[in-house]
Design a protein around this ligand. Sequence first.
Ligand code: ADP
Length: 437
Amino acid sequence: MFLRIVFFLVFQLAGGALGWWRGGPWGAALGAALAAWAWFVGDLLRSARVLRWLRTGDLAHAPAVRGVWGEAADRARRLLRKQAALVQGSEDRLQDILAALQATPNGVVLLDAQSRIEWCNQVAASHFGFDAGRDMLQSIGNLVRDPDFTAYLAAQDARHGVVLEGRQSTPSRPVRISVHLHPYGDGRTLLLSRDVTALEQAEAMRRDFVANVSHEIRTPLTVLTGFVETLQTLPLDADERGRYLGLMSQQAQRMQSVVQDLLTLSRLEGSPPPGMAEWTPVQSLLQRCAEEARALSALVHPQRPQALHFPEADDLCGDIAGAPAELQSALSNLISNAVRYTPAGGSITVEWQREEDGRAVFSVRDTGPGVAPEHIPRLTERFYRVDRSRSRETGGTGLGLAIVKHVLQRHGATLDIASTLGKGSVFSVTFPANRLR
Ligand code: ADP
């Protein structure tokens, strides 16, 4: 400031001196006055430039002016630059936070005090069917019409959530969304949504499974207890006692089979998939299947045996990689089902065919009762039976095909079922080329 006053005085003196030289004392006064005016106008122009620039605040076009206005513009520029860096830093942080919210597997919706959508991530948009651009600042109550949600939003009870049907839900593929509201800030609300379809399905499966297991065990147990009471209370002769004990042993065996199959399933689920190190000849696998099938068929239909057709041993070459015991049990299971469900005198044909692409198909064809189309997709579910009494009569647990499916999945193989009601069924297993040599 001091320098500026000095400059001003020097400028005045120079004007005065010039005026003195031209016109004496009056000239000096006029010269000094003109110098002051010139100084004032120059100052005015510089300030106008600085003010014009400050109105836009465009850092790239800061005016290059001298003097105190130049310094003011310089300081303003530095301040603006600092401010811009701060704003950029905050913007970057905001973008990072929004990117993190986008990356969460859950839906996130930010609602203002009037329950209008301020922001939502893509997951929430797909859960509720929002359009992330169009539906901003729309009231969520107008967009999500589920009565349970409306009641939940009105109650604003953050202690509990609510489970709704997802927007993409269809009767064949239900989608269940769990929604939870969390109040924050100044009357704002954070809404979190989570797809709980798999969780609910797993829970339903667990419940069904426990109910099924209990039922499967309870039925023979009830029968056993009844027989025990009869034996305890009634004076039976040796023949009757023998008959009762035989029936009791049957029930005990049934329970044992169920428990054994359950243990097999849990072992399959808990162990890593079989590697490629162990190779078993297809010939020995099928030979063992044939022996078991003949023994079972003779047992089930002693009077009128079934016609069993197996490939000639010489036609079977090659090995298959995997767990031999698992493979044996899966293939035998399909054959034993055919034997158990095909009436006396029927025929069962087992085939092994190599495809041109290197895969192999093992198939069991029977002339049994067949399965109606609506049952076919469910046959591999645990405890699913088309005819409960027929399954029990033949010693079935309802877990056989579930075990087969598991074993095949572990070996990269697939199971196909083709059946015509009243005519028979074909159960085919396709093994991938990499497990065959
Ligand atoms: P189960 O122990 O009852 O035989 P599975 O899991 O092996 O249980 O089979 C499930 C159901 O599939 C059976 O109860 C039966 O209704 C049907 N099924 C299986 N194999 C055949 C077949 N070869 N012919 C007709 N129905 C079959």
